[in-house]
Design a protein around this ligand. Structure first.
Ligand SMILES: [Zn+2]
Length: 365
C-alpha cells in the first residue's frame, strides 16, 4: 500500500480545504507515492521523533502542528531546528505530514472531541468556516432525474445541518441540436430536439467537487451534461473552529474547573471571572483561542475554555464571561489518539504507534 492511499483516506474525513489561511497542513516533505512501512503519530515533530520512526522502521510521521507554516522557511539547511528535522527525514526517505487546523475544524476532530470530553450537549460550531459550500444546478431528462439525484446524494450532495437528501427541482423544457459528430442519447444530428427536463439544485462542500462531478458524468445519460457550479457565501455550519454546547445541569464554576482539571490531567489552570457563579453554556477551542473570545461572548457562553490567553485578553470579557486558560498543549494533548485510532481502525497491513519520546516541552515548577 502506498502512503498516498492512507493520506487520501484521512483527507476524506479531514479535508485540507478546512485549514486556515495561515496554515500548511498536508505533506511537509517526502515522496508519498512510496510503499508505506509504518506510521508514528506525534504532536510536534522533532529530531527525536524522526529517530524513533527510524528505529520503528516507519516512513510516515504524522504530527498535529506543521513543521512549516505558509509563510515559513524558504531554505532547508541543517543549521536550524526545522532544517535539521527535514534533512534527517529526507535522508531516511520519510514523509512528514501534518493535520492541524483541518483536524481542528472537521466533524469528529479536535474541537468535537474537546466538547465530547466535557459531555457537552446541543453542540454547535463556534466559528463556522465561511464560504465552504458550493451549489450544483444540473439539467436532466425527467425519466433519469431520480437516478441522477440519487447518485449525487451518494456523492455527498444535499447535506444541510441535520438533514440529508436536500434538493430543489424545477420542471422545464430543454432544447438542443446535435451536430454531425455528436452521438446523442436523444435526437438525431442536424435536428432540433425538445426534451422534458428537470433542473435539480443541491449544495455540497467544496472538497467534494471532484467526486460530485464524476458522479454526475457517470449517472447522466447525455453525451454533454449541462450543469453549473456556484461558490456560495453560506457557512458550512458543521465545520469550523471551536464548539459551544451545554452541560447537562448548571454547576458552580469552581466545580466545573475542578472537573476540567481532572479530565485534562491538569496541575493548574488560569481563569478570570467570578468562580462562584453557576455555569452551563460552555465554549471550547483547542490550542490558542484568544482571538475567539468575542465570538464566545456573542454566543452567550458562561465559560470559554482554551489555551494561550494573554493577560489583557482575559480583561476583554469584562467579567461577563469566565475565561479558562488550560494551556495550548494541554487543550490539544488528546489529538494524537484521534489520528492513531483513525489509522488503527481502518488499516491493518502496517504498524501505527504513538510517539514515545515526545513529552511536554514547557515545564511548571
Ligand atoms: Zn496547537
Amino acid at each position: 500500500m502506498r502512503i498516498s492511499e492512507v493520506l487520501s483516506f484521512l483527507e476524506k474525513k479531514y479535508p485540507l480545504e478546512y485549514q486556515e489561511d495561515f496554515d500548511n497542513c498536508g505533506v511537509q516533505c517526502g515522496d508519498k507515492e512510496q510503499e508505506i512501512t509504518g506510521v508514528v503519530v506525534c504532536f510536534e515533530m522533532s529530531e527525536a521523533t524522526i529517530d524513533e520512526a527510524v528505529r520503528k522502521k516507519a516512513n510516515l510521521v504524522i504530527s498535529h502542528h506543521p513543521l512549516m507554516l505558509r509563510r515559513g522557511i524558504c531554505k532547508i539547511e541543517p543549521t536550524h531546528r526545522v532544517g535539521k528535522i527535514l534533512c534527517k527525514a529526507l535522508e531516511n526517505k520519510m514523509v512528514l505530514y501534518s493535520m492541524h487546523t483541518n483536524l481542528d475544524s472537521a466533524v469528529g476532530g479536535v474541537n468535537d472531541t474537546f466538547a465530547a470530553k466535557l459531555h457537552l450537549q446541543n453542540v454547535s460550531v463556534l466559528s463556522p468556516i465561511p464560504g465552504g459550500m458550493k451549489k450544483l444546478s444540473v439539467f436532466v431528462p425527467k425519466a433519469q432525474a431520480e437516478e441522477v439525484r440519487n447518485a449525487l446524494f451518494e456523492a455527498g450532495c444535499g447535506h444541510i445541518g441535520n438533514y440529508d437528501h436536500c434538493a430543489y427541482t424545477l420542471e422545464g423544457t430543454g432544447t438542443f441540436r446535435p451536430l454531425q459528430d455528436a452521438n446523442p442519447y436523444i435526437g438525431k444530428p442536424g435536428e432540433t430536439e425538445t426534451v422534458a427536463e428537470e433542473r435539480i439544485e443541491m449544495v455540497f462542500p467544496n472538497h467534494l467537487q471532484k467526486k460530485v462531478v464524476e458522479a454526475l458524468y457517470q449517472s447522466h445519460p447525455y453525451e454533454e451534461p449541462v450543469f453549473d457550479i456556484y461558490q456560495l457565501d453560506n457557512q458550512n455550519n458543521k465545520v469550523g473552529l471551536g464548539r459551544i454546547g451545554e452541560l447537562p445541569e448548571p454547576m458552580d464554576a469552581e466545580a466545573f474547573f475542578q472537573n476540567l482539571k481532572q479530565v485534562f490531567g491538569l496541575t493548574m489552570l488560569r481563569y478570570y471571572g467570578d468562580a462562584h457563579r453557576k455555569v452551563q453554556r460552555i465554549a471550547v477551542l483547542g490550542g490558542g483561542g484568544s482571538s475567539f473570545i468575542g465570538q464566545a461572548m456573542a454566543a452567550k457562553a458562561d465559560v470559554y475554555v482554551t489555551g494561550d490567553v494573554k493577560y489583557h485578553d482575559f480583561h476583554s470579557a469584562e467579567g461577563r464571561m469566565l475565561i479558562a486558560d488550560i494551556g495550548h498543549f494541554e487543550s490539544e494533548q488528546f489529538i494524537k489518539e484521534i489520528i492513531y485510532n483513525e489509522i488503527k481502525e481502518n488499516f491493518n497491513t502496517f504498524a501505527v504507534s504513538l510517539c514515545e519520546t515526545e513529552k511536554m516541552q514547557i515545564s511548571i515548577i
